[in-house]
Design a binder for this molecule. Structure first.
Ligand code: PMP
Length: 369
């Protein structure tokens, strides 16, 4: 075949010279680079998934439930049960991973001629999905300690008048949670400037010391909370994300969603997982304890650590984080270099994986002394 590259094709201008998103995956003994839950699903749940999927398979000649009513009802029950704030079917929408939720939100509220803002460093897919949907991207400020610089953020919102404001809490890759007062201040600033939609990305909230911001939805129709089953539920391979918001937001995203976007197999699997919520969330407690151990041990070993409310920890500082990443990899442990100068990120794994990581970084410290 003739040698044709992406840029030889008539692709959209904003995609020229770009590379696809993706964490480098290497075949090493300990992989702590993508914030996954290290525990495979428990066997009784695997059995229940098989049962539910077998049932769904009998109906695969038909399109799935386009509105995923049973699944959204169960997700609403999960949110109500864990956050003490009542949401129902009409408040919840689901899609293939929270990435698709974010894409649908940007297709609905962003798009050509519109802009979105995020406070960086943060989850880089927000900017990439903005680009993919033709939404302009504005990089907002953070303080040295990676908290959001509220006055500067309010100023940026007032100045740029974005259509969508992203707030990630706990933030990825830094790990710190955003206080509710900050979210409220930015919501007010965003309403005064435009008004615009404020999307709170709570992908890691189950690992937080604090509470979900779900109760802030009360009387705030331009607020959206996005969630995922990829982290706390240990089901990254399932691809199930969801949002909670005013019913009008749920109606609005249906203007852009593809019909039957959530397969019957996905819906059946997610429903089975939700039946085992109690068991799955036990792993969360274990991972939180391991996360706290990583923070304490990294500090004891002489590293700086950003306060973490997630299932990962940002640590540093390195003069050359790329070189440090490579040295940790040489010891069989894959962590993530998110391009934050001086810092790396490690996902909390099993106790054994975390021990291997801690041995590697202690050795690295000795080498540097
Ligand atoms: N939001 C944040 C902050 C994330 O870190 C991730 C995954 N890395 C996602 C959303 C997307 O998760 P998923 O599409 O698997 O639900």
């Amino acid at each position: 075949m003739t040698d044709v590259r992406i840029d030889d094709l008539p692709v959209r201008d904003e995609l020229r010279g770009k590379s696809p998103y993706g964490a480098p995956q290497l075949d090493v003994p300990v992989r702590l680079n993508t914030n996954e839950n290290p525990y495979p699903l428990p066997e009784p749940l695997v059995e229940r998934i098989a049962e539910r999927v077998r049932e769904a398979a009998r109906g695969l000649n038909r399109y799935p439930d386009r509105d995923a009513v049973e699944l959204r009802t169960k997700l609403a029950e999960y949110l109500t049960g864990t956050c003490g704030y009542e949401v129902g079917l009409a408040n919840v929408w689901a899609a293939n991973g929270s990435n698709e939720v974010i894409q649908q939100l940007l297709q609905t509220f962003g798009g050509p001629g519109r802009t979105a803002i995020g406070f960086e460093p943060s989850y880089s897919m927000h900017a990439l999905i903005a680009r993919g949907t033709g939404t302009g991207w504005i990089s907002g400020p953070r303080n040295e300690d990676f908290t959001i610089d509220v006055p500067a953020a309010e100023k940026a919102v007032a100045e740029h008048r974005p259509d969508v404001v992203f707030i990630t809490t706990p933030n990825n890759p830094t790990g710190n949670a955003v206080p509710p007062e900050t979210v409220l201040a930015l919501y007010e600033a965003a309403q005064a400037a435009k008004p615009s939609m404020v999307v709170v990305d709570e992908a890691y909230i189950e690992f937080s010391h604090g509470d979900s911001l779900l109760p802030l939805l009360e009387d705030r129709p331009n607020l959206v909370v996005s969630r995922t089953m990829s982290k706390a539920f240990g089901a990254a391979g399932l691809r199930l994300g969801y949002l909670a918001a005013h019913p009008a937001v749920v109606d609005a995203v249906q203007l852009v969603r593809l019909p039957y976007h959530l397969s019957a197999v996905t819906q059946a699997t997610a429903l089975a997982a939700l039946e085992h919520t109690g068991t799955l969330l036990k792993y969360v407690e274990q991972l939180k304890a391991e996360r706290d151990r990583l923070v304490a041990e990294l500090r004891a070993a002489g590293y700086e650590v950003t306060e973490s409310d997630a299932n990962f920890v940002q640590f540093g500082r390195f003069e050359d984080s790329r070189a440090a990443w490579r040295k940790i990899l040489d010891r069989g442990v894959l962590v993530r270099d998110n391009g934050v100068p001086g810092w790396l990120r490690v996902t909390a794994g099993t106790p054994e994986e975390n021990d291997a990581f801690l041995d590697a970084v202690r050795e690295l410290k000795k080498e540097q002394e």
